[in-house]
Write a protein that binds this ligand. Sequence first.
Ligand SMILES: *[C@@H]1O[C@H](CO)[C@@H](O)[C@H](O)[C@H]1NC(C)=O
Ligand SMILES: *[C@@H]1O[C@H](CO)[C@@H](O)[C@H](O)[C@H]1NC(C)=O
Ligand SMILES: *[C@@H]1O[C@H](CO)[C@@H](O)[C@H](O)[C@H]1NC(C)=O
Ligand SMILES: *[C@@H]1O[C@H](CO)[C@@H](O)[C@H](O)[C@H]1NC(C)=O
Length: 343
Amino acid sequence: MAVWGWLSLAVCQVEAASAIPVVHRSQGPEAAGSMLASVGAVLIKGEVPTSKEFENLAMSAWQAAGHPGLGLGNYNKVGTVQRPMLSEGIYDVAAGAPAHLPVSPHSEQAYLYQVPRFCGFVCMRAADTGGELQLFDNVLLGTELRNLTDKLAKLGLTYFRVMGDQVHSANWSYATGMWQDRFGTTSWPEAKRLASLDEMMGGKPGAELGPWLQGTVILNWTVPAVTWINMTSNSHEKTKPAKAVLQSILDSHKSVNYGTGIPALHSTWGDGSEFEEWELAAFRAAVTRSLWVSVKLEEGDVVVVDNWHYAHGRLPYEGPRKHAALISDRFPRQVQQQQEACV
Ligand SMILES: *[C@@H]1O[C@H](CO)[C@@H](O)[C@H](O)[C@H]1NC(C)=O
Ligand SMILES: *[C@@H]1O[C@H](CO)[C@@H](O)[C@H](O)[C@H]1NC(C)=O
Ligand SMILES: *[C@@H]1O[C@H](CO)[C@@H](O)[C@H](O)[C@H]1NC(C)=O
Ligand SMILES: *[C@@H]1O[C@H](CO)[C@@H](O)[C@H](O)[C@H]1NC(C)=O
């Protein structure tokens, strides 16, 4: 299975050459913010924070990195996997993927039209073995994918989510849940209408809801995959635009199905055509080569990441591991036309 293909790739990966910049909490938000602005990620050392402290650390870092006023985002309001909440706005990262499997690299909620600008992680307890946080460079991914990047820019990506129906597939157990809960109605026409209005998910055309196998339903929507970000060159504080491939393909494909039965997640090219086997293999290889850092967080570590610049994943682990996550507010990604309009 593709999961195992990916696993062996991830485990055989050589030690990443670069390191994430480290600051201590006592250095204040400006130190973290300047690293976040210039590198796109920062590791903040300190005692295990409370939820409120974690929120404040992450928010003050991205605000100091040039996004004043950017607030906390909400996972469950728009995500397609409902996550257990540890406290208001803070989510248990264990949702979805079993410990013995790696979490495939993805930018947080990159399957949505509007993507969180930053994400943050905190380690409250490290695993006994494994469980490293990995960051992957989406700009390097764009280069590594060669002409597949052009195909991504041209077609975009379509994401699919299968949900249960309270009557016809009451045994549906995956975390995508039941469509009636998701849309807060038992009226099918009303749910379809709400889906079509969901700009956060699918932009102007919204998302499409339809019947699926064995009494389930399927929701699908299409998003751009190539995003322009501003990179700071090390020599001067000047920024230059760069193409980043912002995607959630490898953890949103039926070949990476955690359970048995109907796969809950799937993705295709934006014209509905399936990825060819060689294309999926090329994605996995390019993503592996885009690995930037692999770091085992210690208790109290907080990592804040530019979610457009870097994807994240984690290696398999053993023993209890307690990590939590949060996201910032979201925006539609910056695509080429907008970029040209503002230069
Ligand atoms: C992309 O490159 C591959 C290998 O170099 C080639 O086989 C393929 O035809 C190219 N595809 C396009 C659309 O140019
Ligand atoms: C759930 O119910 C459907 C329809 O009765 C059946 O086809 C399917 O196998 C069941 N799935 C599980 C996981 O029991
Ligand atoms: C949903 O999927 C169907 C079938 O692939 C496709 O025809 C339709 O255009 C998709 N809709 C959106 C909004 O992506
Ligand atoms: C990049 O910089 C331009 C000009 O300052 C700005 O308009 C744009 O929003 C920035 N893009 C991102 C993704 O931050």
